[in-house]
Design a protein around this ligand. Structure first.
Ligand code: NDP
Length: 600
């Protein structure tokens, strides 16, 4: 069994050694777009397109994107009495990431009671602490039903153009189905992780066997279903999977049970903490007082981002590290809360946590060489932390083979398989668990480039990085609202919380605009500039630690400069402070930094 380093310095030296193996000069460019030969990887396999006449009427609000961002925005608008809402979604149904990602074992890492939005409003009780994909997708349907978003929705419809018409103070929304809508307001919730990416491995286009990306799981090939039926068509197949991130960790135990032979090609192991899922007791759930979900959200955000609360309501791997830091600081005789003391407590807690995670690998994986290769050598938050109670054990299946590449990745893909670690592995099927575009331009990911006042394109406005007020309003783009988390709370452990707050804010702004009869709502150039300056000075991004192993959290280990900082920066005082700030901002009724005006 591999020994743990005996000092903090030795741990850090190991982290740097492992990081250096993985830093590549091509950074984000190592990935290729899912186009050309791979275009079929992003087709909609779930709902056949329905013929319909194009629409060319006027609407009050066009909500672009039917994932959680669009759903919560639509719900909040309806609750504010704004009924004429048209939701436009490229998938055949709502659900966003949960519509597309139906791989076996898909499950949310964040506790359902805080992850699933609008639980009190819809009256839904999640069945388990960490719900599985089908239940999350069902909740998306529930939100759309409950808030009457389906009736006017344009599904299987992709927005292709968005252009401001200054004469009418309307957005012209064009789609791939020939629609030409005039929208008084538009909201854009196009999601941070929805364009699959592929590794640019030499020979990738030559593989002649079956292949697909995890975000469009091919159950026709594998057998089984997203509802958990076993994949019964793989028992005579040699299957390879490239990637060991959060997606792969969830589907590998299912593949290990089903495949004749399974080859897992690993570049960097994920950290696998305890999952500890359990059903939610209906009696306990019924005893929760009205307003409970807001309280839970606040409690989680407080603890997960280094704050202090009397109790930990969620009690999971996300809050655990924060609890440890808190306990360490309180245990000090001087209870020193200075930044240096907090940083030291964070490092000590992280060292302890990562040592536990590595020890867990030894406990659960029988083969010592495999166990050694599965140990993560970086701080827990350098990469997306994973939580699973079956993943590591999957490597005890004799038919499951870990092909560790010692940080170098797959060397080449051939017509009949994969070369990794100097060996050729013959395969019938190759699955790409290679993730999604993150560091690419917003407009490339959304698929359209809004044209604002005076013909300015969003891609031009943001050529040197994102510019906004609250991550939502962009000068020169009146009546358009971004639903996201960058340049706002930036709470990555619970994305829907960011989106629900954004939806609430947009509903308040639009209700005000309609009440005062404003034709246009726009942030002033000064407010936008001040906001960006404040954020830049605070410099709070999620990829700051230079010792981190590369990944999409830190621009693949490269310095992304000011542009990268602006694209990922959050409120300097953290997510909780942002949520409190934005609540005050929208409740005051002043909407400082926005101009409400009549048509010019
Ligand atoms: P990731 O980007 O996290 O993982 C991609 C994987 O592909 C990594 O293991 C990467 O290795 C590997 N890879 C890339 N290129 C190569 C190569 N040339 N050779 C070998 N391996 C390679 O994508 P995921 O789909 O796993 O997850 C994306 C995000 O989706 C997560 O971070 C999370 O935010 C979200 N998610 C959330 C879940 C939830 O519970 N809520 C579940 C699943 C996903 P390396 O690490 O070395 O770069």
């Amino acid at each position: 069994m591999e020994r743990e380093p005996t000092s903090r310095e030795a741990v850090l030296a190991k982290y740097l050694e492992e990081r250096d193996k993985r830093i590549r000069p091509d950074g984000n460019d190592q990935y290729i777009e899912v186009t050309g030969r791979f275009a079929s990887f992003v087709e909609d396999p779930y709902v056949p397109p329905v013929e319909r006449e194009p629409r060319s009427d006027e609407v009050t609000v066009a909500v672009i994107g039917g994932g959680f961002a669009g759903l919560v925005t639509g719900a909040k608008l309806k609750s504010a009495g704004i009924d004429d809402v048209v939701l436009i979604e490229k998938g055949g149904d709502v659900g966003g990431t949960w519509y597309w990602n139906r791989y076996p074992g898909a499950q949310c890492d964040t506790a359902a009671l805080i992850y699933l939005p609008l639980l009190e409003e819809t009256g839904h009780r999640p069945t388990e602490k960490y719900t599985h994909g089908p239940e999350i997708l069902e909740h998306c349907h529930r939100i759309a039903d409950h808030f009457d978003l389906y009736d006017s929705a344009l599904l299987a419809t992709e927005v292709t153009g968005l252009e401001w018409d200054p004469d009418r103070s309307r957005w012209l929304v064009s789609t791939d189905r020939g629609d030409e809508l005039l929208a008084r307001f538009v909201t854009m919730g196009t999601g941070p992780l929805h364009r699959p990416k592929l590794p640019g491995i030499p020979g990738i286009e030559t593989f002649a066997g079956h292949c697909f990306h995890t975000s469009r799981w091919d159950y026709d090939y594998t057998g089984g279903s997203e509802d958990g039926e076993p994949m019964d068509r793989l028992s005579d197949k040699r299957v390879g999977i490239i990637g060991t991130g959060a997606t792969a960790v969830q589907c590998i135990p299912h593949l290990a049970r089903a495949c004749g032979e399974l080859y897992v090609f690993q570049r960097t192991p994920s950290s696998i903490d305890v999952r500890n899922n359990h059903p939610i007791d209906p009696d306990w759930f019924d005893s929760l007082e009205p307003g409970w979900q807001d309280e839970w959200l606040r409690n989680f955000t407080t603890l997960q981002t280094g704050g202090f609360a009397d109790e930990d309501l969620v009690m999971d791997g996300w809050t655990d590290i924060a609890q440890r830091i808190r306990d360490r600081v309180f245990a000090k005789p001087d209870q020193d809360f200075s930044p240096a003391s907090l940083l030291q407590a964070y490092h000590e807690s992280d060292d302890e946590k990562m040592a536990e995670i590595r020890a867990r690998v030894d406990e659960l994986v029988q083969d010592p060489e495999t166990a050694a290769a599965l140990k993560p050598w970086y701080r827990q938050l350098c990469k997306r932390p994973c939580f699973h109670d079956e993943y590591l054990q999957a490597y005890n299946e004799p038919s499951t083979h870990l092909v560790d590449t010692d940080g170098r990745g797959v060397e080449r893909i051939t017509e009949s398989g994969v070369i990794a670690g100097g060996r050729h592995h013959e395969l019938d099927c190759l699955i790409y668990a290679s993730g999604f575009e993150v560091g690419t331009d917003y407009t490339r990911r959304s698929g359209f480039d809004p044209i604002g006042r005076d013909g300015v394109r969003l891609s031009e406005r943001w050529a040197d990085g994102m510019q906004s007020l609250h991550g939502m309003h962009v000068h020169s783009f009146p009546n358009a609202f971004i639903v996201g988390f960058s340049q706002a709370a930036n709470l990555i452990s619970n994305i829907p919380h960011n989106l629900t707050e954004a939806g609430t804010t947009i509903a308040a702004i639009l209700a005000h605009a309609l009440t005062v009869g404003a034709d246009e709502v726009e942030t002033t150039a000064a407010a936008e500039r001040d906001w960006v300056a404040k954020l830049e000075a605070g410099g709070r991004t999620f990829g700051g630690d230079p010792t981190c192993t590369p990944g999409y959290y830190n621009f693949e280990g490269h310095d992304a400069g000011r542009r990268g900082l602006l694209n990922t920066v959050g409120y300097p005082d953290g997510p909780l402070a942002y949520f409190e700030y934005i609540d005050r901002w929208r409740s005051s009724g002043d909407f400082e930094g926005l101009e409400f005006r009549e048509r010019h």
